[in-house]
Design a protein around this ligand. Structure first.
Ligand code: PRP
Length: 191
């Protein structure tokens, strides 16, 4: 697939290609489908970063034979980084879920876990609403700066300890649309 590149000179290297990411999505979909066989599943995507992974995962799960009895998709929107390059630890809910969480089999879908504050906040919040089950899925795990020990049942790919962008991840709202994960050149965010 030809991607229109407008970021020439700002990307250091590709870390995971579109094919590698989609392969990880298929694996995660199989795991989630197997764990929710015959049950309704609520995928709770966390905007903005999990915009793409939530869509791709929902479609991939629905292709798995003998998966969930039904799949619903909901988005919440939180912010922890703003335009900073590191999480402040303060997570703010910008848009809550419309659907009731009580009695639902919920999988929170995130693009990346870094410090862990965001997922910890969401698990505590939604865990308090009496779901039938509550699990977490991240496509990229960056374990180097974890400050909260939060369970992640479904992990896609390991991110290096670099500033990564693409497949939902941004730098000042740019790069989210790239279908691959790449490392941003340091001069872009240090200047
Ligand atoms: C990013 C990412 C996760 C969170 C992970 O969100 O999408 O939600 O940070 O970081 P943590 O594990 O250190 O808490 P961000 O606040 O940048 O918002 P965005 O999803 O709109 O880009």
């Amino acid at each position: 697939m030809k991607v229109i590149e407008t970021y020439d000179g700002t990307l250091e290297r590709t870390l995971f290609s579109e094919a590698e990411i989609q392969s990880a999505i298929e694996r995660l979909a199989s795991e989630i489908a197997a764990d929710h066989r015959g049950k309704p599943l609520l995928l709770l995507g966390v905007l903005k970063g999990a915009l793409y992974v939530t869509v791709d995962l929902a479609r991939a799960i629905s292709r798995v034979p003998d998966g969930p009895s039904e799949i619903t998709v909901e988005y919440v929107c939180v912010s922890s980084y703003g335009n900073a390059t590191r999480s402040s630890g303060e997570v703010r809910m910008l848009k809550d879920a419309h659907q009731p969480i009580t009695g639902q089999n919920v999988v929170i879908v995130e693009d990346i876990i870094d410090n862990g504050f965001t997922l910890d906040y969401l698990r505590t919040l939604f865990g308090g609403r009496n779901p039938a089950s509550l699990k977490s899925c991240v496509i990229f795990d960056k374990p180097f700066h974890r400050l909260v020990d939060v369970p992640v049942e479904y992990v896609g790919l390991s991110s290096p300890d670099e500033f990564v962008i693409g497949y939902g991840l941004d730098y000042q709202e740019l790069y989210r649309n790239l279908p691959y994960l790449a490392q941003l050149r340091s001069w872009v965010f240090t200047q």
